[in-house]
Design a protein around this ligand. Sequence first.
Ligand code: 4G3
Length: 214
Amino acid sequence: MRFDVLTLFPNLVLPYFEDSILSRAIKDKKIEIHVHNIRDYSKDKHKKVDDTPYGGGAGMVMSCEPLFIAIRDVKTQNKGPVIFLTPQGETFKQEKVESLAAQKELILLCGRYEGIDQRVRDTLVDMEISIGDYVLTGGEIPALTIIDAVSRLIPGVLGKEESAEEDSFSASLDRMKEYPQYTKPEEFEGMRVPEVLLSGNHAAIREWRMKNRK
Ligand code: 4G3
């Protein structure tokens, strides 16, 4: 799967993929991530990418021109939907992760400041997604969230150790429930691992886990 990220802060996005499971997925050609600096598309002599809002008000708005040029350029290489990350978007849930994982390509547009010129949203943005009801300084963390959540559903991205099938985070609300996990030692600062998990009784363990999911 191919992801293209448009941002004013590529250095905020790139390091996340240098480590972790996703670096292996990139090396194994399961995913491809291209990060584009919106500023590189500015035709202004000072590389300006924003301006004051018409009608007045605080802050700056990201201008049409660099965004139109940048998105159109990326669209020549990536035929997927353009997703704008904004607190006003559809809340990102596991169902949405699954529908996005069915795509071959996605374009992620990260806004900063107080937003982007509405004409970009009206003509070039296909969907707006929010990762939750809070405001961040930019769309970069939401973009990383989407890439991470979608990538782990792509076959071969997770090893069988971390397989997305086995773990408890699949579509239905019920299957998203997790049971308590323990690892060595059996006792830590007086707190013991539940006896049933040490019993080797797999039926009893299955039952205990079912009963203790939350
Ligand atoms: C557009 C997304 C972009 C308008 C982006 C703020 C939170 C989310 C931004 C705007 C963001 C989210 C950048 N903050 N909840 N900040 O997914 O008001």
